[in-house]
Design a protein around this ligand. Structure first.
Ligand SMILES: NC(=O)c1ccc[n+]([C@@H]2O[C@H](COP(=O)([O-])OP(=O)(O)OC[C@H]3O[C@@H](n4cnc5c(N)ncnc54)[C@H](OP(=O)(O)O)[C@@H]3O)[C@@H](O)[C@H]2O)c1
Length: 320
């Protein structure tokens, strides 16, 4: 397959592009962070500029598109809501309509953060309740994709209930990235390696997948021709404290460096979502895809480190 991956300099996109490159012809779009790699074709484009989406589709002529580009930094979204809206809400619609026109299948990446975290174990049928500019614009992006790339049905559904022929994947992830400090796992790794003590929230739950494993799952979802909204995370959830301890144990660092902390005691001003865990039953029931266990993902995170993977990513970044 010819695969177009946007956000290929980002945490998810880079790992997805590298996972796909073993078997497919991959074109990875970067914007401000150039990449030098023999693994896949790098296309530079600011996708917000007129004609750029069309140009990268023409250059790559993809069978499959994995749209990872976004403004995914929560604080940056609060500071730049207009940019967040363009990137997270409008661009996905343009990517989806272009993919549809050209007959390419699409996975659009969304987030567990569309929920408020009051309930946890969220299913695709649960009502989103976004609490931030990031979450609101990401939810609007999902809707734009569903509208621009609808399923063909006998009776036209209303835009609000429109079923999408594209895959919309709500995810949570960790992994090694270009900057070495993008993911929570890198945060724990960097501090623990330096012998620094850090807080770990005991009452904040999530369902993270290793970006490389998530990449393979997304490729399998395309291969199995899935459509519509899917939650894609680890089958079991855990607290951020437990996650940090597992990282410490895998790398042989002192787990006591992680201070078990309740969210209320952390002195953080902004409201946080306590339980964003995702229910992945729909994915399991509708596909033959197996989701790696948390322990398997964390072992691979460590194995990648031993293989020099983080360093090889850094060397790809020309200006990072
Ligand atoms: N990271 C998480 O924990 C997490 C959790 C849940 C969901 N997600 C979702 O997963 C997806 C990927 O997130 P991530 O963490 O990998 O993001 P990231 O590391 O912040 O990377 C963002 C990517 O988007 C690209 N981009 C930004 N503006 C662009 C533009 N105008 N034109 C072209 N490309 C542009 C960036 O390119 P340059 O860097 O080259 O400028 C970069 O490659 C997003 O949809 C995010 O909402 C992430």
């Amino acid at each position: 397959m010819r695969i177009l991956v946007t956000g290929a300099s980002g945490l998810l996109g880079l790992n997805v592009a590298l996972e796909a490159a073993g078997e497919h012809t991959v074109f990875g779009v970067v914007n401000t962070r150039p990449l030098e790699t023999k693994e896949f074709h790098v296309l530079q484009a600011n996708l917000l500029n007129k004609g750029e989406v069309e140009r990268v589709f023409e250059a790559s002529r993809p069978d499959w598109v994995i749209h990872c580009a976004a403004l995914a930094n929560l604080d940056a979204c609060e500071r730049h809501p207009t940019l967040a809206h363009k990137l997270n809400a409008e661009l996905p619609g343009l990517i989806a309509s272009t993919a549809k026109e050209r007959g390419a299948r699409l996975v659009h990446i969304s987030t567990d953060a569309v929920f408020d975290g009051q309930k946890g174990n969220y299913k695709e049928t649960d009502q989103p309740h976004p609490l931030s500019v990031y979450a609101r614009t990401k939810l609007a992006g999902e809707r734009a994709v569903a509208e621009a790339y609808p399923k063909v049905t006998d009776h036209a559904p209303s835009a609000a209930t429109q079923a999408s022929a594209a895959i919309i994947a709500r995810v949570n992830l960790y992994g090694w990235g270009l900057s070495g400090k993008r993911s929570l796992a890198e945060f724990f790794f960097n501090n623990l390696q330096a012998g620094k003590s850090v807080m770990g929230f005991t009452d904040v739950y999530f369902s993270p997948l290793l970006a490389n494993d998530l990449g393979n799952i997304l490729l399998n979802m395309l291969a199995e021709n899935l459509q519509g909204l899917y939650h894609v995370g680890s089958q079991k959830s855990l607290s951020k404290y437990e996650f940090g301890v597992k990282i410490a144990e895998n790398f042989g660092f002192d787990p006591n460096l992680i201070r078990p902390t309740a969210l209320a005691d952390a002195g953080l001003g902004a409201s946080r979502s306590p339980n964003l865990s995702l229910c992945v039953d729909k994915l399991i029931h509708n596909s033959s895809i197996s989701i790696p266990k948390l322990s398997t993902g964390l072992s691979r995170f460590y194995a990648l480190y031993q293989q020099g993977y983080p360093q090889s990513l850094k060397e790809m970044g020309i200006s990072d």
